[in-house]
Design a protein around this ligand. Structure first.
Ligand code: RB5
Length: 147
């Protein structure tokens, strides 16, 4: 993963800005899909922009946050090609990649500090999808639309 998209609402804005710097220092190309400030806003607006970028391949994966991580996860996961995982420990983020091949790592900005957030993201980026039985399960996640 080289090109990483990032998105938040106002509750995650400060953490998003911190992580843009952290990811850039790690060598990732970071694409910011908003929000642009701490002014109150609606997380779906920025979730859908990031999710579309992941689905189209404009970015290789994503990082997202809102206060709890729930609202932005719910919005991201409306997109068939997105597997957004809400992660609050490094073990959970590693498993989100190893077992679920999560393509967006979501963190709860109001419940973790900057060091916890970078530990969660480091574990996520270092982990690898294990495939095998997990591949079969991941393939069953998208809703099958009958034509
Ligand atoms: C914003 O106050 C808050 O509701 C939002 O960041 C998020 O936690 C929603 O799921």
């Amino acid at each position: 993963m080289k090109k990483i998209g990032i998105a938040s609402d106002h509750a995650g804005f400060q953490l998003k800005e911190y992580l843009i710097g952290w990811l850039g220092a790690k060598g990732y190309e970071v694409y910011d899909y908003g929000c642009p400030s701490e002014e109150s806003c609606d997380y779906p607006d920025f979730a859908h922009a990031l999710a579309s970028a992941v689905e189209s391949g404009e970015v290789d994966g994503g990082v997202a946050m809102c206060g709890t991580g729930n609202g932005i996860s719910m919005s991201l996961n409306k997109h068939q090609g997105v597997r957004a995982a809400l992660c609050w420990t490094p073990e959970i983020s590693a498993l989100a990649k190893q077992h679920n091949n999560a393509n967006i790592c979501v963190v709860p900005a109001r419940f973790i500090d900057h060091d916890e957030a970078t530990a969660i993201l480091s574990a996520y980026f270092e982990a690898e999808f294990e495939g095998g039985r997990h591949q079969r399960r991941v393939e069953k996640i998208p809703v099958q639309v009958e034509k």
